[in-house]
Write a protein that binds this ligand. Sequence first.
Ligand code: X2X
Length: 355
Amino acid sequence: MKKIVILSLVVLLLMGISFSAGSAQEFKPKTEYTMTLNVGNTMGWGMGAQKWCDLINERTGGKINVKPYWGSQLLAGKQMNWFQAVAEGSIDFAVESTINSSPVVKSHNLFSLPFFINTFENLDKIEYGETGKKLFAEMEKMQVKALAWGENGFRQLTNNIRPVRTPEDTKGLRLRVCPTPIYDDIFKQLGADPIHMNWADAVTGFQQGAVDGQENPYGILLPVKIWEYHKYVTNWNYLADPLLFVVNKRVWDSFPKDIQTIIKETAEEAGMWEKAFVRRGLDGDISINLLKDKFGETPDILDQIAYVKTMGMEVAKLTEAELNAFKEATKPVLDKWITEVGTDFVAAAKLDMAK
Ligand code: X2X
C-alpha cells in the first residue's frame, strides 16, 4: 500500500514536471515581428536597428525574426505616431526618437528643452542615471518596454541663406521642423518661420527649395548629403535627440526568460555600437576607439565636421558667448516647457547632470 502511494506521488510529480516543461515549450513566436523607424538603413540609426534585428535572429537560432520597416512606412510617414502604435501593439518593436514620441509622452520633451543638456557627458548622465530609469518606468506603465538607448544626436542648424551665429541671424528663416509643438515655440521665439514636415517629405522639400533650412544631427546630415541643398551649418548642440530601443509590453511578456535576456542584451549592444557610430569624431577619440576596440571597426569617415567642410559647407562653431546669446533668447521657451515636461523629470535631470 505504502509503495502504491509513493509510486503515485512520483507519477504525479513527473506529470507536474512534464506539464510545466510543456508550457514553456508552448511559446510559439510569430513568424515576423514588425519594427518601425523613421529613417532608412543608410543612417547610423537604421544600421543600429538592423544590427539589433540581426543579433536577435542570430542568438535565438532564428527563432525570433524582427523585420525593420524603414521611413515610418507602417505609419504612412506619420513619424509622431510610433509610440501609440507600439503601445497598442499594432507594431511590435521600434528604434525611435524621443522627439517623435514627445507629443504623446510629455516627459520626452526633456531632451528638446533648448540649451539645457548641451554635452554628451550630460546626456549620458541623464540616460544612465535616475532620470533614465524614471523614463523607462513611465513608458512601461504605458505598455512600451524600453530596453536600451541609442542616439540620433545633438541637432545642428543648416540653411542656404546665411551663416547663423546670433539670434538676429535666424530671423525670417523658413525652417523645416519636426511636427511637434516645442519646435514651434523655439523657432518662433527666434523670429524664424517653423514649417512642419514629416521626414518622409522633408528631403523633397529641401530639393524643391520649399524651405531655407532645417535642423538635424551629423548622423543625418551626411547620409542625406545636406550640402547639396544648404551651404551653412551652425554647430550649437541646442537640443539632444536620443533613440529608444523598445518592444510592446505584451509581446515582451510573451517571451520566455532566455529570449528576453537575449533581446535586452542585444538592444544594449546595438545601442552602444549605434551611439559610437553617430558620435564618431564628435567626442574626440572616445567613440572612434570604442568602435575599434569593442567592435573591430574603423568607419570610412572619421571626422564628420571636416567632411562636410570638404563638401563645401561653411561651419559655424559657436563660442561660449554666442551660445549664451541663444540661451538667453530662448529662456522663455525653456521656462514654459519645464512645466510641460514635468518639474520632477527636470529636477532629476539636473541632479544627474550635477553628478
Ligand atoms: O524628422 C527628423 O528630423 C528626424 C529624422 O531626425 C527624426 O525622426 C527626429
